[in-house]
Design a protein around this ligand. Structure first.
Ligand SMILES: Cc1cc2nc3c(=O)[nH]c(=O)nc-3n(C[C@H](O)[C@H](O)[C@H](O)COP(=O)(O)OP(=O)(O)OC[C@H]3O[C@@H](n4cnc5c(N)ncnc54)[C@H](O)[C@@H]3O)c2cc1C
Length: 433
């Protein structure tokens, strides 16, 4: 070790930034500071259901990170009842056929984003986090990275990791503001119409079964789903519609029209009518086209900043946590500033292919659910095969091996473990922009 700690500026205190910080705080060779733009966390979205790979990634960072999730997470339904996600064709000749039953388990959990962030924040020393700090400018020189915030203040560090979400300023710096993959896009014109109601109210309007288990009801004008929250007392119900005509003047989506769902199953139509009563929780989805690289010099990006995906595979936060696990592991071995480039390169090579595969997968889920993937909805067996394979790809990954692969690349580049290793050189064949 060169005698002083490696300093890291983490920009964005979301799931990715906080999970990484929770790991880094245990490393004697590292100091860090998180800069978060909002003054406090507000709850957005319907609640997260973290898949097995997310739990594995949290465990790799530390059992306390995993515990922070389990302490905050709520059972979706009643504790002693098994709950699964039932994917059912709600339209066409195979209407009513279940094509997948995913994640069947007792005590399946969801967590509100704000609760999860509070739990992770408790693991990070208070003096290492600053709120109300919106990154505006990044500059690099031989001394490291200087970042400037909207309030005119600045900070310096040996390197910077941008965990600043889908509209990332870090991404714009790394790829360039005019790069075609910098801005998020809504390629297929997705609008997510959503409502939040009490389960009691919902049970008066829809099949009560769907207040206790998760349906995804498929058809060509949108897929319909319900997520029980808070031990089954609240329900988030939604219709995800592909190919919406957004107003050229206001950019807004048209109102949800239940008349368009007359040829869907009765169950599906009832949920659409429930959602159409109050669509104030609706939002427009977008994702990132693939970035050619996740770092430039001493600046890297992670989580949604690097690979925002459509919500249909339910794995965005899980991928952010996988990034955090790999970066955390790599930085345990970074002892000199000259080795930062090799760590970022190893992270980029290891995480970019898998995280971008999940972006593609989430898009494909959307097309399959909307009957827009040729040959699928006509052939339920084929759809079953796709859904089973996708779940295995996201959930069953060997994340210890992913960490080890990244470390192998880092050690090969820095010669660590061998006499005289210097580091900082990207492995052969890696394009560093
Ligand atoms: C409705 C919905 C449901 C979802 N469900 C699931 C699910 O069930 N399972 C799952 O795995 N994933 C799910 N996701 C995806 C998941 O929420 C994201 O992938 C995850 O939150 C990404 O974490 P992140 O930390 O990278 O980004 P974010 O959570 O977006 O955090 C980024 C942080 O950076 C801050 N920031 C932004 N710009 C700046 C700046 N310039 N300077 C400083 N700070 C800045 C923001 O304020 C924010 O706190 C869902 C997403 C949505 C929208």
């Amino acid at each position: 070790m060169s005698g002083r700690k490696i300093s890291i500026a983490i920009v964005g205190g979301g799931i990715a930034g906080l999970a990484l910080a929770a790991g880094l705080k245990k490393k004697e060779n590292i100091s860090f500071h998180i800069y978060e733009s909002v003054p406090e966390y507000k709850d957005v979205g319907a609640g997260l259901a973290l898949h097995m790979n997310a739990i594995k990634a949290m465990t790799l960072i530390g059992p306390e990170v995993r515990q922070a999730y389990f302490t905050k997470a709520m059972e979706m339904g009643e504790e002693d009842k098994e709950m699964s996600t039932e994917v059912i064709l709600a339209h066409g000749p195979n209407q009513g056929e279940m094509v997948a039953e995913l994640g069947k388990a007792k005590g399946r959990k969801t967590v509100s984003r704000a609760d999860l962030l509070d739990g992770l924040l408790d693991l990070v020393p208070k003096e290492c986090v600053s709120f109300n700090k919106r990154l505006e400018k990044i500059e690099e020189n031989e001394d490291g990275v200087r970042i400037t915030f909207k309030d005119g203040t600045d900070a310096r560090a040996d390197c910077m990791i941008g965990a600043d979400g889908i509209h990332s300023a870090t991404r714009s710096y790394i790829l360039g503001p005019d790069h075609p993959a910098t801005e998020p896009k809504n390629h297929d014109g997705w609008q997510i119409y959503r409502t939040m109601v009490t389960s009691e109210f919902a049970a008066q309007h829809i099949n009560p079964k769907w207040t206790k288990t998760v349906p995804i009801l498929l058809g060509p004008r949108g897929h319909i789903n319900c997520i029980p929250l808070n031990k089954g007392t609240r329900l988030s119900a939604g219709v995800a519609v592909r190919g919406v005509n957004f107003s050229s003047e206001t950019g807004k989506a048209p109102d949800l029209d239940p008349e368009l769902y007359k040829d869907y199953s009765e169950d599906a139509q009832k949920i659409v009518r429930l959602v159409a009563r109050d669509t104030s929780a609706s939002w427009t989805a977008a994702d990132h086209d693939h970035a050619p690289v996740y770092f430039k010099g001493r600046v890297a990006m992670m989580g949604d900043a690097a690979h925002a995906s459509m919500p249909f595979a339910g794995n965005g936060a899980a991928q952010a946590l996988e990034d955090a696990a790999v970066l955390d592991y790599l930085f345990s071995k970074v002892m000199k500033v000259e080795q930062i480039g090799a760590a970022f390169s190893a992270y980029d090579q290891t995480r970019r292919p898998r995280s971008q595969a999940v972006v593609d997968l989430a898009r494909k889920f959307g097309r399959v659910y909307a009957y827009a993937e040729e040959g699928m909805h006509e052939d339920p067996a084929k759809m079953k095969q796709f859904l089973g394979g996708a779940a295995a790809f996201t959930n069953n990954a060997d994340l210890q091996r992913q960490n080890d692969d990244a470390m192998g690349l880092f050690e090969a580049a820095t010669g660590q473990g061998k006499e005289g290793g210097e580091g900082g050189v990207a492995p052969e064949g890696v394009e560093v922009v």
